[in-house]
Design a protein around this ligand. Structure first.
Ligand code: AKG
Ligand code: FE2
Length: 206
């Protein structure tokens, strides 16, 4: 992995486009990693992270969430949802390298990352905003995508307008100021036969 991350002859591109989202600053870097770097990282993360099948409690039933997850961060960065508190696993070398690159691109610090593994088209994430109080009032979240390109949906909380951006292999999406306050976001299921996708959202927890 380190070979491909640091000695890939084809340079990655730091150019970005601003998505046409009223009330939010969202930047998309389509070739933030080279294809070789992204492929090597995807394999490395699939085979080395301590993936968990977490559950949610809905309507009195315990249900598996439709994807695998792994939570990493500095000591004390607890992750909570649905009444659960998860202590962070340690940073791996690959996650540390990516964290540094995200910090360089955005100019923002990150002390934790949620890894999601969408195994196929049946895996998904329902519309939500990352607006937990520990993220602060207006967080910047850096989202790295590896593997199968999936449509990422933004839905404006008031106008209900939807905008979709396909998140490609090796891309970075920076959800900046206004995004969590004004939009929900998520990944729909697909009936198509899709291969594996990994997404990493780097966050700063207070
Ligand atoms: O998989 C994605 O692109 C989004 C993940 C996400 O929204 C999250 O982890 O909060
Ligand atoms: Fe999210």
């Amino acid at each position: 992995m380190q070979m491909s991350l640091f000695s890939d002859p084809a340079p990655a591109s730091q150019s970005s486009v601003r998505l046409p989202l009223p009330d939010a600053d969202v930047q998309y870097y389509p070739r933030w990693l080279t294809q070789a770097q992204a492929t090597a990282l995807q394999h490395e993360l699939e085979t080395t992270l301590p993936w968990r099948q977490d559950t949610v409690h809905l309507f009195g039933k315990t249900m598996p969430i439709p994807r695998l997850q792994s939570w990493h961060g500095d000591p004390g960065c607890e992750y909570g949802y649905s009444g659960m508190r998860l202590s962070p696993s340690a940073w791996t070398e690959a996650l540390t390298t990516l964290r540094e690159r995200c910090q360089r691109t955005t100019g923002c610090p990150f002390n934790s990352v949620l890894a999601n593994w969408y195994r196929d088209g049946a895996d998904s994430m329902s519309l939500h905003a990352d607006d937990e109080p520990e993220l602060g009032p207006d967080p910047v979240i850096a989202s790295v995508s590896l593997g199968e390109a999936r449509p990422f949906i933004f839905k404006h909380k008031h106008s209900k307008e939807r905008i979709t951006q396909v998140l490609e292999h090796g891309s970075l999406l920076v959800m900046g100021h206004g995004t969590q306050a004004h939009y929900l976001h998520g990944i729909n299921k697909s009936r198509k036969l899709l291969s594996s996708r990994i997404n990493l959202t780097f966050r700063y927890l207070r």
